[in-house]
Design a binder for this molecule. Structure first.
Ligand SMILES: Cc1ncc(C[n+]2csc(CCOP(=O)(O)OP(=O)(O)O)c2C)c(N)n1
Ligand SMILES: [Mg+2]
Length: 378
């Protein structure tokens, strides 16, 4: 038996020295040189499709933030500015692939085709998860940092064992790469050659903690190498590059070469959530600089210059986005009918004694309150 672990060369695992970019911030194509793998411009119809979904996604995002101000949504973590990641990654998958999102990925889930009102049920506080994870092949949005990657790694291994030709994509933020679960997930997926894609959206902050206080790693992509996981870094505000790198990651996983990690360099334009005040920890100038790297404007400029988008088409998509927002607002303006006892459903496959005890306690409290209310009206 060999006592060296494997023969994978470090060279084969390394990311490109600079984030892969196919379009510069003005939308001009970038000559490719120095990347670890060849990356080609995605087809015109894919680019048009992703632009449309980014416009819809941003409008959804703005509406969700507005709903928090109207008291219709308890909390909303915006992903404005991260559209190339959320939309580019999802539109590169097939419906058979699995997705493991965090609280930040509402836009990605809407892009996956899940009803926006169902996506927002968790953040409204009306359900643990508003959609059927098995039917959508999309796990519930995870708030405990990095736990979703362990689920993604395990699911990817399960898919491989069943001979299903699909992958599990787990999203994660820059800050959460400091969590133990991130490292366990990478190690597990690598050892078992699980077809998992770990998509790190490096949006530069973990609430108020900047990347410089989070890690000394030269790039978060490098964290993969210690586990034998191939990786790449990409301009996360360049939708074309995100798709091209996703294609390479999918090809890597589908050809049985194990997991792949993508670090997408991007920026969260809004505060962490509606409950956060970002002006306390970052400057307006920094935000302005990132506004100039807007992913939607970048792809729009390229599509228009290439004759792939005209005013009529762009207006039609923007009208579609308005209709989506109006429909969402109308539906969120009606109060949901919630059975408080549903809080205890689907916590575990078989309820633990603690869950059963908590359920009985709430049931008794509700019963006592109803009796007290009846006595007042008598
Ligand atoms: C295990 C755990 N610790 C702490 C928190 C509190 N928390 C919620 S979001 C967050 C920041 C995460 O930052 P990052 O991973 O960069 O993701 P982003 O919010 O920027 O998308 C923290 C510390 C949590 N949800 N779970
Ligand atoms: Mg972050």
């Amino acid at each position: 038996m060999r006592d060296t672990l494997h023969e994978t060369s470090v060279e084969a695992l390394l990311p490109s020295p600079r984030p892969v970019q196919l379009l510069d911030p003005t939308g001009a194509p970038v000559e490719q040189s120095g990347t670890r793998r060849p990356y080609a411009m995605p087809s015109a119809d894919r680019l048009q499709d992703v632009w449309r979904h980014m416009v819809l996604g941003r409008r959804f995002d703005l509406q969700a933030t507005a709903l928090t101000k109207q008291g219709r949504l308890a909390v909303y973590p915006s992903s404005r500015g991260q559209e190339a990641c959320q939309v580019g990654a999802i539109r590169s998958l097939t419906a058979r692939d699995w997705v493991f999102p965090t609280y930040r990925e509402s836009m990605a889930l809407v892009t996956r085709g899940i009803d926006p009102a169902e996506v927002l049920a968790l953040l409204r506080g009306s359900a643990h998860c508003g959609y059927d994870p098995l039917a959508q092949r999309t796990a519930a949005q995870c708030t405990p940092l990095a736990t979703q990657l362990v689920h993604a790694a395990g699911t990817a291994y399960g898919l491989k064992r069943r001979g299903e030709d699909c992958v599990a994509l787990g999203f994660i933020g820059d800050g959460a790469t400091s969590e133990g679960d991130f490292h366990e997930a990478l190690n597990f997926a690598a050892v078992f050659d699980a077809p998992a894609i770990f998509f790190v959206q490096n949006n530069k902050y973990a609430i108020s903690v900047p990347l410089s206080k989070q890690t000394k790693a030269p790039s978060l992509a490098y964290k993969a190498i210690g586990y034998g996981v191939a990786c790449e870094q990409v301009d996360g505000n360049d939708p074309a590059a995100v798709m091209a790198v996703m294609d390479a990651a999918l090809d890597h996983c589908r050809s049985g070469r194990g997991p792949f990690l993508i670090e997408a360099h991007t920026y969260r334009l809004d505060a962490h959530t509606n409950a956060d005040d970002a002006s306390r920890y970052r400057s307006g100038d920094e935000v302005t600089a990132w506004l100039e790297r807007d992913p939607i404007a970048r792809l729009e400029a390229y599509l228009r210059a290439s004759g792939l988008l005209n005013d009529d088409q762009a207006n039609a998509v923007r009208q579609e986005a308005e209709a989506l927002a109006t429909d969402l607002r109308d539906r969120m303006n009606t109060d949901p009918e919630v059975d408080p006892m549903s809080l205890f459903d689907n916590v575990f496959a078989s309820p633990t004694p603690q869950v059963a005890e908590a359920r009985a306690m709430v049931e008794a409290e509700m019963h006592a309150e109803m009796q007290a209310a009846e006595e007042v009206t008598r």
